[in-house]
Design a protein around this ligand. Structure first.
Ligand code: HEC
Length: 415
């Protein structure tokens, strides 16, 4: 995440033309609307707003109210209950709620069959699904999160389990797959999942200044997730919304890893690795820091290798003897390779990222419960214990909570 975090900053937003009406018959909906509703509410719902209700403003989360008003009539509007067929009414709801096919159906609409109209809409609930905390977790999240046949594993999974517990809510996990392609932008995917209400909260959010502000008023594609409706193709784009973040619960850091403990030495800065055969993880922050803060001899003799899980395998096989990598990558490698000889030094690079739980700003009241729980868990050692149980080398969050945008000066001088 750290790596891709830095990499994702330079990507451009993609503005694809959205296709929102694939899951219902928009043509038929349009015709029904025209036949029964347009003479009062206007063609395409455009009306002066003086004589009848402006349907473009009908609240998308008040489906029940729509059905009741239309069936039974309201004010000067006649009742339609005896005139419209149930599926015509469903089509009209979809027509109105998608603003004539220009906006996506709310999540429930997309997932629930159209006949299920009795669903009670909950208002004032802090979570999408009342009584349940829904968390988005990466299936391929290394030691932080991974899916199991029953439940999940990893520190992030343990954390959301504890949070739901503390709040007296059931936990539901929406497992998503962070795309591994170069063009993908994990932070934007995360924003998209939250904005589309796929989940209430999402741990693993690295507190980096840019990530907190950069996406206002842009759109992004959703990553793949287990319950993703089939009609939401890669071209589907979500309007991103502002988010809020919790107090940090852990810190993502970079440390020096040796091929075997025999290469160990006293390290207080990257340049102290001189004399060892150094590996440089290409295109990552750790790699850049190695090149910029290492001695010129060290850099000249270094070996550059592709980023990702294979990098530490290369070291295991003897391609080089030491490297700066994210501690999480080391943990994951050790977890997967019981016979690994790699060893982690105690040194940590001062540049690191605190991890927090992200949610839509509109749900920030959740923080009244999340923040105290996180702080208590850090204070009484439960967070560290959970980390240990999940084979995560734990570091407590460090001030400043939010890492400001990295400058060239940071890259050269913060050591
Ligand atoms: C004869 C004119 C007329 C027709 C035809 C008509 N409406 Fe209305 N509709 C109104 C008026 C007037 C209001 C404002 C009612 C009020 O709140 O006093 C309204 C309000 C509404 C509301 C808002 C109700 C609320 O809860 O505030 C909805 C939804 C609605 N109409 C849907 C429809 C649909 C769908 C159709 C087609 C099946 C339709 N209307 C056809 C006149 C009409």
């Amino acid at each position: 995440m750290l790596i891709r975090l830095a990499a994702s900053l330079c990507f451009l937003a993609l503005f694809g033309a959205p296709v929102f009406a694939e899951d219902f018959d928009l043509t038929k909906a349009k015709r029904t609307y025209k036949d029964f509703c347009s003479h009062c509410h206007g063609i395409d719902m455009v009306n002066p707003g003086t004589s009848s209700y402006d349907l473009r403003k009908f609240p998308a989360d008040q489906k029940d109210r729509f059905y009741t008003s239309v069936n039974k009539g309201r004010g000067d509007m006649p009742a339609w209950g005896d005139i419209l067929l149930p599926d015509e009414l469903d089509l009209l709801w979809k027509y109105v709620v998608t603003r004539g096919g220009k906006e996506p159906l709310p999540k429930e609409e997309a997932a629930v069959p159209a006949t299920d109209t009795d669903q009670t809409q909950q208002h004032g609930s802090l979570t999408t699904k009342p009584g349940t905390l829904t968390a988005c977790l990466a299936k391929n999240g290394g030691v932080m999160s991974s899916r199991r046949a029953k439940g999940g594993a990893g520190l992030d999974y343990a954390l959301v389990t504890a949070l739901a517990d503390q709040m007296g809510l059931a936990l539901e996990v929406e497992w998503f797959e962070s795309e591994q392609e170069e063009e993908s932008t994990p932070i934007r995917e995360l924003y998209a999942l939250l904005a589309y209400n796929v989940c209430d909260v999402m741990p693993g959010f690295a507190l980096y200044e840019t990530s907190l502000s950069a996406f206002y008023k842009t759109r992004a594609a959703l990553p793949r997730y287990d319950n993703k409706p089939a009609h939401l193709g890669p071209e589907f784009q979500v309007d991103l919304e502002p988010i809020s973040v919790s107090d940090p619960y852990a810190r993502m850091e970079m440390g020096v890893v040796y091929r075997t403990p025999e290469f160990e030495r006293e390290i207080t800065q990257i340049a102290d690795m001189e004399g060892l055969k150094i590996g440089v993880e290409q295109g990552t922050l750790a790699g850049v820091l190695t090149l910029r803060q290492g001695t010129s001899k060290m850099v000249a003799d270094s070996i550059t290798a592709n980023p990702g899980p294979d990098f530490l395998w290369k070291m295991e096989q003897g391609a080089f003897d030491a490297a700066l990598v994210t501690v999480g990558a080391y943990d994951f490698h050790k977890k997967q390779n019981f016979v690994s000889t790699l060893a982690l030094d105690e040194y940590r690079h001062p540049i690191g990222f605190n991890l927090s739980v992200a949610m839509l700003k509109s749900r920030r009241d959740l923080l009244d419960q999340i923040d105290p729980t996180i702080n208590a868990m850090i204070a009484d050692g439960r967070m560290a214990a959970l980390a240990k149980k999940n084979k995560v080398t734990f570091s407590s969050p460090k001030e400043p909570w939010v890492q400001s945008n990295l400058t060239m000066e940071d890259i050269l001088l913060r050591r």
